[in-house]
Every structure is written in structure tokens, then in C-alpha cells.
Ligand binder design. Sequence first.
Ligand SMILES: NC(=O)c1ccc[n+]([C@@H]2O[C@H](COP(=O)([O-])OP(=O)(O)OC[C@H]3O[C@@H](n4cnc5c(N)ncnc54)[C@H](OP(=O)(O)O)[C@@H]3O)[C@@H](O)[C@H]2O)c1
Length: 332
Amino acid sequence: MKAADVVDAVIEAPVVTSFTRVGFAVRKRLENWTSLEEYDLNGQVVVLTGATSGLGRAAATQLARCGATLVLVGRNADRNETTVAEMIVSTGNDAITQVAADIGDYDQVRTLAERVLNDHDRLDVLIHNAGALTNERHDAPDGTEATVASQVVGPFLLTGLLLERLAGSAPSRVLTMSSGGMYTAALTISELEMSADDYKGAEQYARAKRAQVALNELWAQRFGHLGIRFHALHPGWADTPGVDAALPTFSKVMGPLLRTAEQGADTLVWLAADDTPLESNGQFWLDRRQRNIHKLRSTRNSDTADRRERIWNWVAETSGFHPAAPAQPESS
Ligand SMILES: NC(=O)c1ccc[n+]([C@@H]2O[C@H](COP(=O)([O-])OP(=O)(O)OC[C@H]3O[C@@H](n4cnc5c(N)ncnc54)[C@H](OP(=O)(O)O)[C@@H]3O)[C@@H](O)[C@H]2O)c1
């Protein structure tokens, strides 16, 4: 075992060291990470949801610096346009456009997919980053609980609608920003959506993030043969407007230990750019390393093949889209 492996194992066990800027700094130094500035993504098309703030904005900025052609997605067209304009100035990359879409609104997801397919003849990286922990329960337009709609069903639909274009651009990547919060949550289908009576934002969020990770593995198993790599990750704990709004006490107490948005986004950019993630499929990552998806026996026991199958079917049914592999990948 290398020294870096030993130290990584020691700091991974207690989440406070692993998830904070301590874990990031130790791993980065010990493992001599390639600088993100070194990646050349010229000619590669990247669609990134949740790009106006926090981790998504930090990742998009770095991807733009690497030369990627970017499609930024957020809910508000004016906010998106401002983000695009600022990013063009700060990175010097003018191949950045935006589409306004709420990922929890499936009609808007369909329109988003149409725009991407019309405007780009290839798609190298699709990043599902949009997400929020909301302390009050909301319904999406179809009546699904909004966290589940925007972080489980909507991303599934978007991947499905863009599958052929991803296959035609292989090796391509679909990346999903989950959360370390999912370690506390069992995989559940009957209780995936919490009712108004027992709604707890943090728990609802963790259940949705757990479902994301299970679906990531299923996508890899079912569509990996098309040359598409599906990976999920968690960013540790990063200081972002989202964390500040959803968890103000946590944000205040942990303040000095939280990662910067750039540190939280590092592995996302690395998964989009490095060759290492092309060597595996369906993995879960933190700080450029594959991680177990369970830390507790109870959640591991909940994560059965039967439950995964039922979640896949429920999400497909809810989204109105049943993905099938294209007969032949599109030629690029
Ligand atoms: N920060 C952390 O420590 C942390 C830890 C674990 C996981 N995460 C995950 O990382 C991702 C980014 O979080 P963040 O902390 O950077 O949050 P943030 O600062 O609140 O940014 C969230 C982004 O998502 C967009 N968004 C939210 N809901 C959306 C929807 N329904 N449709 C389209 N866009 C939507 C927002 O854009 P508009 O408001 O402009 O629409 C914004 O750009 C989330 O998936 C979050 O769960 C973060």
C-alpha cells in the first residue's frame, strides 16, 4: 500500500476530515494532482445544469478555461445571461451559451434537450449538477415532490433524450453531483417522496441523492456498451450560496473548514477531463478517487437489485421516457 493510500484511508473514515478542506488539501498535496489548467477541452461540448451559482459556476468557469464549448443551464434566463457574459469576460472563451430550464419541469427538460440537439452535433459531457435542499415541501408541475423531480426524474429524462448524441460522441461522459448526505439514506421506492406531514428537507434530499447514485450504476450497466461513461460524485462540504440558504447554522459553524466552491468542483472537472474515469463505469467519486457508496450496513441492505429495478421503472414511468439503446451509435 502506498503512503498516499494509507493517509487517504485514515482521513476518509471520519467525515469531518474527509469532507472538509482538510481532506481536499491533504489528498491534493499527497497525490500530486494534475492541475486542471493542463486539460485541453477544445472541440468538446459540455452541458452543465446549475451553472449560475456555487459548484456548477466554479466547474463551468474552469471548463471554459480549458476551452470547452459550454451550454449552461439554470432556471432564469436573465441570471443565465449574466453568468454567460461574466464567464466570457473572465475566461476569454466565447463558446458559452445558455438555456433556461427547470429540471423538475419535464416539458422544459424536453425543450432543453431539443435545443442541445439542434445546436450541437456532438455532446461529450453531460453534467447533472443542479440541485437544492429545500426546507419546505414543493410539488413539481407534474405533482412529484420537487427534490425528486429535479434531481432524480428530470436528470434521468435529460440523459435519456440525449443518449444517442452521447453515444455518437463516444467516449462521452454523464456526471451526476450527488452528496455525502446520501450515506445516511436507505434506497427507498415507497418513501422516495416524503409526504407533507412528515417532510424533512435534509432527509428528502438524502433519499433523492441515494437514488441518483443507484441510477448512475444502472445507466452504466445498461448503456455503458455505447461508450458512455456514467459517474457520480460528491463534493465534500463546500461554501456555496446553496449551503448558506439551506443549512445556515451548519454553514456558520463549519465556515472556516468548508471547501471553496472551486475545491468542491475539482473532482467534477477532473471527471469531465481526465482519462482515468474512462477506464471504469458507474463509479462514485470524492477527491479524484473511487469511493464506496455505503458506509452503513442498513443502507447497504436496502440497496437490492429488485428495489433498483423498481426505482428505474418508476422514474421512467414518471418521466414518460423509457430509454432504449440506439440500434447503432450515431457516427460522429
Ligand atoms: N455545496 C455543498 O457542500 C454540496 C454538498 C453536497 C452536494 N452538493 C450538490 O452540489 C450541487 C450544487 O450545489 P451548490 O451548493 O453549488 O448549490 P447552489 O449554490 O444553490 O447552486 C445550485 C445551482 O442549481 C441551479 N438549480 C437549482 N434548482 C434547479 C432546477 N430545478 N433546475 C435548474 N437549475 C436549478 C441554480 O440555478 P438557478 O437558481 O439560477 O436556477 C444554481 O445554479 C447540488 O446538486 C447539491 O445538491 C453540494
